[in-house]
Design a protein around this ligand. Structure first.
Ligand SMILES: [Zn+2]
Length: 134
């Protein structure tokens, strides 16, 4: 029930702060200290940022986004997959890499912002998995 009390945070603002790579609580501190490494605590408001689980959610959403932006056009426009792979493969792989590497930290930030807004913590894990049935 403690998680329900923390649901008072605005979802849109928290997700937007995370998408920008900022602390979802104050919006000023940096969320990441490396590419995808989350700061333990916000350097501005001292909020504990390490307690929000990201797990596979950001990776799944990044794959979903990349699939719609790259793979779907490949299937729709035959000229892409009928072209000589010497030309098309570097373009496709470059676009995949660029979109993935650009989107993943932003999506992870937005995901952590959503976890903050919903009051989800890493200690809630057993409540959300099939392991809870054991
Ligand atoms: Zn902060």
């Amino acid at each position: 029930m403690a998680a329900m009390n923390e649901a008072a945070h605005p979802v849109a603002a928290s997700v937007l702060r995370g998408l920008k790579g900022h602390c979802p609580a104050c919006g000023r501190g940096q969320l990441f200290w490396k590419y995808l490494k989350v700061n333990g605590r916000c350097e501005v408001c001292d909020h504990d940022l390490s307690r929000y689980p990201a797990d596979d959610g950001p990776a799944y959403l990044t794959i979903l986004l990349t699939g719609h932006l790259i793979v779907a056009p490949m299937l729709i426009f035959p000229i892409i997959w009928q072209a000589n792979p010497i030309y098309s493969l570097p373009l496709i792989m470059g676009a995949l890499a660029a979109i993935t590497l650009t989107a993943l930290p932003r999506i992870k930030g937005g995901w952590i912002g959503l976890m903050y807004a919903l009051g989800v913590r890493d200690t809630d894990g057993p409540l959300h998995t099939a392991d809870a049935a054991d």
